[in-house]
Ligand binder design. Structure first.
Ligand code: SAM
Length: 279
């Protein structure tokens, strides 16, 4: 019998430990272990990696990660009610699961992890987006993680992988695609969760590139992209007026028509513009 078979079903865990879902913590649990194993498999080579899991809750995805062979899992969970359920999983996988009780936004997990490191999480959506932006904008590149496998509401997942010309295209797509390969690898209906959320969800897998796809200064790129999409309906010569007195010339130097709108401009062109603004 493998370790996972010694653990009680997740529905029983929730009853035993009285883990009624709290809206304030964005608790929508995954209780189907086939599904959590499937998500874990999307995270890549687990046997050779330490996994950082944020928001394990009662431990469905944690079990999936361990059952699929993760070398070690560090799980950060804010809700102390989940700790006894997670301790049962630690006991079934001695030395392989460490749990920290706290807010993932305040904790630096690096002291607890050995590279290579992969991140996996089914998080409340607001926390997930904030962490994603932090993970994509570290002080140095390549980052501490090799890949991120994250559940988002479907609409946010589409914004991460969006291409120019679509409504979903914007800051998040450019930030993610500049330094990672980002794909939607699974779609999940509300009924996959307990309780079901109002919206559909999707798992996005992001692999860190060795170096950014195109050369650009990170701060300049971020500033110009923010300015362009803050006024996405305006032509770029107007939206970017504050960036340089000769913005039309700089746009032309970057191969962008000054009358174009942000939605039409590719990542490569935004990087060229960031370089032209630094020149
Ligand atoms: N991973 C579990 C699953 O798939 O069933 C639980 C998912 S539930 C959507 C989100 C989990 O994140 C909850 O257990 C919640 O308590 C936890 N959480 C919420 N905010 C958090 C934060 N800031 N830091 C760490 N955990 C958090």
């Amino acid at each position: 019998m493998s370790a996972i078979d010694t653990l009680p079903p997740l529905r029983d865990v929730i009853t035993t430990h009285d883990l009624s879902a709290r809206k304030s913590l964005g608790q929508n649990f995954l209780l189907d272990l086939n599904l959590t194993s499937k998500i874990a498999r999307q995270a890549g080579d687990l046997s050779g990696s330490d996994i950082l899991e944020i928001g394990p809750g009662p431990g469905g995805l944690t079990r999936g990660l361990l059952a699929e062979g993760a070398r070690r899992v560090l799980a950060i969970e804010k809700d102390p009610r989940c700790l006894p359920a997670l301790a049962e999983i630690s006991a079934a996988y001695p030395g392989q699961l460490e749990v920290i009780n706290g807010d993932a936004l305040d904790i630096d997990p690096l002291a607890h992890l050995t590279p290579p490191i992969r991140v996996a999480a089914n998080l409340p959506y607001n926390v997930g987006t904030e962490l994603l932006v932090r993970w994509l904008t570290p002080p140095t590149w390549p980052p501490f993680w090799q890949s991120l496998t994250l559940m988002f509401q479907r609409e946010v997942a589409e914004r991460i992988v969006a291409q120019p010309g679509s409504k979903a295209y914007g800051r998040l797509a450019l930030l993610a695609q500049w330094r990672t390969e980002a794909r939607i690898v699974m779609s999940l209906p509300p009924e996959a969760f307990s309780p079901p959320p109002k919206v559909h969800s999707a798992v996005v897998h992001l692999t860190a590139l060795e170096k950014p796809r195109f050369d650009a200064d990170a701060k300049t790129l971020s500033r110009v992209v923010a300015a362009a999409f803050n006024q996405r309906r305006k032509m770029l010569r107007a939206a970017l007026k504050g960036q340089a007195p000769d913005i039309e010339d700089r746009l032309i130097a970057a191969g962008i028509k000054p009358t174009e709108r942000a939605e039409q401009v590719s990542l490569e062109q935004f990087c060229a513009l960031a370089r032209a603004l630094k020149a």
